[in-house]
Design a protein around this ligand. Structure first.
Ligand code: DGL
Length: 258
């Protein structure tokens, strides 16, 4: 039975979910958070769906059964696409949220939306994305842009520089001068390189990510379960990583601090 003082677990294939964690700690400052990055097995986005599913289920089961997490955030679009439905069936009583590409706000933002969705190959081939695409297809041009290799820059702490710049230009240049109105960052790693993306596409293109919506939904579910803290406790964040490279924790703390 979950206790109100138990921590909330936030999971990603690596350090990308820290972009979502930041929003969560801002919104729920009294909560203790455990952040787990599976950098040892990253990237998830170029694996098979079944591999991603097994890894995700294994880690989340460990959080719930052994680490006494009172709520779970799957802060990874790829893992959400592959496993969140099954996890909800496995743990119907645990407040559990996933992330999905923020297509809705990008489409509703303007009259003739033409939206790029940057995400991993797994996210873009899964049913969750196709369902979202089907909802908004009639009112917008939605253009998937698979970005294999992009999360690796962030995992290595490369948040700017020539190599990153040329990767992004290569992905985005076919769409420059085609009246793009918005870009959806459909992978939780990508907000860490938002500045570079914005510089390439120019200030008139709006960039969207799902962090705020996910944090809000988590708070709603934790509240609904009667598990939101209201005592005077100052919340904490503990970083864990499946890799034994100490740089992973140092980089996680750095990404959280910027
Ligand atoms: N951060 C992950 C996401 O939101 C994926 C990165 C990866 O492991 O490929 O999709």
């Amino acid at each position: 039975m979950a206790q109100i003082t138990d921590p909330i677990a936030v999971f990603d294939s690596g350090m990308g979910g820290i972009s979502v964690l930041k929003e969560m700690t801002r919104m729920m400052p009294k909560e203790d958070f455990i952040y787990f990055g599976d950098s040892l097995h990253a990237p998830y986005g170029t694996k098979t769906t079944e591999e991603v599913r097994q890894l995700t289920i294994g880690h989340i089961a460990d959080f719930i059964e052994n680490k006494h997490a009172k709520a779970i955030a799957v802060a990874c679009n790829t893992a959400t696409s592959a496993a969140v439905r099954i996890l909800r069936e496995m743990y119907p009583d645990v407040p559990l949220v996933g992330v999905e590409p923020a297509i809705k706000p990008a489409v509703l933002d303007c009259k003739h939306p033409r939206v790029l969705v940057m995400a991993t190959p797994v996210t873009l081939k899964e049913e969750k994305f196709h369902n979202l695409e089907a909802i908004y297809d009639a009112q917008a041009d939605i253009i998937p842009v698979p970005c294999p290799g992009l999360m690796e820059f962030i995992e290595q702490g490369i948040l700017e520089g020539e190599e990153l710049d040329s990767y992004l230009k290569d992905k985005l240049s076919p769409y420059l001068h085609t009246n793009i109105t918005g870009i959806v960052l459909g992978c939780t790693h990508y907000p860490f390189v938002k500045k570079d993306i914005q510089a390439i596409v120019g200030p008139s293109v709006k960039i969207f990510d799902g962090s705020f919506g996910t944090a809000k939904e988590l708070r709603r579910r934790v509240t609904e379960a009667g598990l939101l803290r209201s005592d005077e406790h100052a919340g904490t964040v503990a970083f864990l990583n499946s890799s034994d490279d100490p740089d992973k924790i140092r980089l996680s703390e750095y990404l959280y601090s910027i």
